[in-house]
Each structure stands twice: as C-alpha cells, then as structure tokens.
Design a protein around this ligand. Structure first.
Ligand SMILES: Cc1cc2nc3c(=O)[nH]c(=O)nc-3n(C[C@H](O)[C@H](O)[C@H](O)COP(=O)(O)OP(=O)(O)OC[C@H]3O[C@@H](n4cnc5c(N)ncnc54)[C@H](O)[C@@H]3O)c2cc1C
Length: 84
C-alpha cells in the first residue's frame, strides 16, 4: 500500500506491479485529467480534505508551498522556475 500517488508512491508501486503484485494507492486529492488541467490552468481540485495548501514561508518571504494534492502529486506542476 502506498500513501500518495506522487513520484514516491509510483516508485514504490511500479516494481511491485511489475513483479505481478497488487498495490493499493491511497490519495487524498482528486483526479484532474490532463485535458482538464490545460482547460482550467489548474492541477488539483478543491475537494474536501485536499484543499490547496496556501501556507507561506514562515520567515515572511513570499515563498508559498507548491505541493499538489491530487492524483499524480507535485510532479503535475510546472512552474517554469529559472534560477538566477
Ligand atoms: C515548481 C516545482 C518544480 C520542480 N522541478 C523539479 C525538477 O525539475 N526536477 C526534480 O527532480 N524535481 C522537481 N521538483 C520536485 C518534485 O516535483 C518533487 O520533489 C516530487 O514531485 C515529490 O514527490 P513525492 O511523491 O515525494 O510527493 P508529492 O508529489 O507531493 O506526492 C505526495 C502525494 O501524497 C498525497 N497525500 C499527502 N498526504 C496524504 C494523506 N494523508 N493521505 C493520502 N494522500 C496524501 C498528496 O495529495 C500527493 O498526491 C519540482 C517541484 C516543484 C514544486
């Protein structure tokens, strides 16, 4: 069983499935299909228990958390970050 459907969950589940095993994946967020993500410009849906986390840097700087609560996890998000 994996808790979460992000990269970590997938890396655990993959080898088990390849070996013929069964995986139960528990995900708090909803599935937003790819086409719907493009249409909405959003990776996640505000469903009960998986509302977007708006927590910001406790130091007061504008650096919000960017975790995605949804099927696929945070790798769904592309921010186009370019470090200086
Ligand atoms: C803007 C941005 C750019 C990035 N760029 C890169 C990059 O270029 N290269 C790179 O290697 N990495 C990059 N990363 C980092 C990478 O995306 C993350 O490290 C990775 O996706 C984290 O995977 P994870 O499975 O650990 O967590 P997540 O993908 O966050 O998955 C956790 C999952 O668990 C679910 N969950 C949480 N709590 C519960 C619960 N109690 N019950 C059930 N489900 C739960 C969540 O909804 C989520 O789906 C980037 C991240 C961001 C935000």
């Amino acid at each position: 069983m994996t808790i979460g459907s992000g990269v970590a969950g997938a890396l655990v589940a993959g080898p088990v499935l390849e070996a013929g095993g069964t995986v139960v994946m528990i995900e708090r967020g909803a599935l937003v299909p790819w086409a719907k993500q493009i249409e909405l410009g959003a990776w996640e849906a505000d469903v009960p228990g998986a509302e977007h986390n708006h927590e910001n840097d406790p130091a007061g700087d504008d650096r919000p958390w960017t975790s995605v609560f949804g099927v696929g996890g945070s790798c769904l998000r592309w921010a186009g970050v370019s470090l200086e």
